[in-house]
Design a protein around this ligand. Structure first.
Ligand code: PLP
Length: 404
């Protein structure tokens, strides 16, 4: 019999958020063991539901969205996204510059497939949302990681970024607000990234899916708003802000100078046509979602669930001997550090597996986010306070005796 292996294109592609530790958690659950899952940024299962008006809108539109749409998306959806860009001061985005996708995920992959040849490099943050590194690799490129510095609130280290630019570098990925750190970058940092892109003629990829989940009265600045002359692709979607991750709706918008990227845009158009279009019922809720009442705001103020859960998890982590952590300003992730003098973690996947098997808590280890040192892990703080208290009690107990 012939055997079939995965393609060699996948040889170096990793996506550990849904990797071996999650497989073990699924095995445990199948055996009837209750596992507390702090590993996936999926709001709905934790009681964060989509606004009623969005559900109604989708159900009213089901009949009219049975067919394919234009490959880039419905006019009404793209018009609403255009207006959102205007609100965010992202300049000169026309209908044709907007592509809807089956989540931002599809568009991340598409943006890399359309651009990269073997040997091309893309600067990607470390830690990153690992789909970026995986998509660069799958497209034949090399993800070169720039440091986001924990000592400076996890902001990108601009000197490190500059030092990693080579003649093969084609673009810089900026994830702001950040997954997994919860960081929100100030304008000054973003301006320095734009300056680098301008100096070296690089494309900017701005993943801003958490831009409507910002706390403490802070404001998100869109990278493209600072770069009217630099070709920038901004990514956003409804999975998180409108708690409809299962509907699969995101978008990307092209802006800035375009005369030198005509070939790339042709490639994007080809890839967009090849998948025919994104989920049309999900496109039909974009207008109501972006134009309607922004109910996510309530979750992010004192008294709101995400705000209160962040306060709880941050304080609880700070109280554990040997754990330090930067307080997140946005999204719903926190990325604590384990003191190596105390825990001696050499293999953080083993750490995650040990925690899972002993305490039935599922977290994601830091190396899953392309962090080089094995001394971090990510918690998704979407479960309610009661669940978080249970989880933190067990983690604190585990860390009172654990070391490698
Ligand atoms: N970008 C970031 C930074 C994310 O954290 C996620 C999901 O967790 C995505 C993109 C993908 O989102 P979706 O495909 O649901 O739009």
């Amino acid at each position: 019999m012939r055997t079939y292996e995965k393609s060699t294109k996948l040889d170096n592609v990793c996506y550990d958020i849904r990797g071996p530790v999650m497989d073990e958690a699924n095995r445990m659950q199948a055996a009837g063991i209750d596992v507390l899952k702090l590993n996936i940024g999926n709001p709905a299962p934790f009681g964060f539901h989509a606004p009623d008006e969005v559900i109604k809108d989708m159900s009213y539109n089901l009949r009219d969205t049975e067919g394919y749409s234009d490959s880039k998306g419905l006019f009404s959806a793209r018009k609403a996204i255009m207006q959102y860009c205007q609100l965010k001061h992202i300049p000169n985005v026309g209908i044709d510059d907007i592509y809807t996708g089956n989540g931002v995920s599809e568009l991340i992959t598409m943006s890399m497939q359309g651009l990269l040849n073997n040997g091309d490099e893309i600067l990607v943050p470390s830690p990153d949302y690992p789909l970026w590194t995986a998509s660069v690799t799958l497209a034949g490129g090399t993800a070169v990681h720039y440091i986001c510095d924990e000592q400076s609130d996890w902001y990108p280290d601009i000197d490190d970024m500059r030092s990693k630019i080579t003649p093969n570098t084609k673009g810089i990925v900026v994830i702001n607000p950040n997954n997994p750190t919860g960081a929100l970058y100030p304008k000054e940092i973003l301006e320095q990234i734009v300056d680098l892109a301008r100096e070296f003629d690089l494309i900017l990829f701005a993943d801003e899916i958490y831009d409507r989940l910002v706390m403490d009265g802070r404001k998100h600045v869109a990278l493209a708003s600072l770069a009217p002359d630099v070709f920038t692709i901004s990514f956003n979607g409804l999975s998180k802000s409108h708690r409809v991750a299962g509907y699969r709706i995101g978008w990307m918008c092209l802006c800035g100078r375009k005369d030198h990227v005509k070939g790339y845009i042709e490639g994007l158009n080809l890839l967009s046509s090849m998948r025919l279009c994104s989920n049309v019922p999900a496109q039909s809720i974009v207008q109501t979602s972006l134009g309607g009442y922004q109910s996510a705001d309530e979750l992010l103020l004192p008294g709101g669930r995400i705000y209160e859960q962040r306060e709880y998890i941050y304080n609880a982590l700070c109280d554990i001997p040997g754990v330090s952590v930067v307080k997140p300003k946005a999204s719903f992730y926190i990325f604590p550090k384990l003191d190596q003098e105390k825990f001696h973690i050499k293999d953080d996947e083993k750490f995650a597996l040990d925690l899972l098997r002993e305490k039935k808590i599922l977290i994601t280890c830091g190396t899953g986010f392309n962090c080089t040192d094995p001394d971090h892990f990510r918690i998704v703080y979407l479960p309610n306070i009661v669940q978080l208290k249970t989880a933190m009690g067990r983690i604190a107990d585990f860390l009172s005796y654990y070391h490698q």
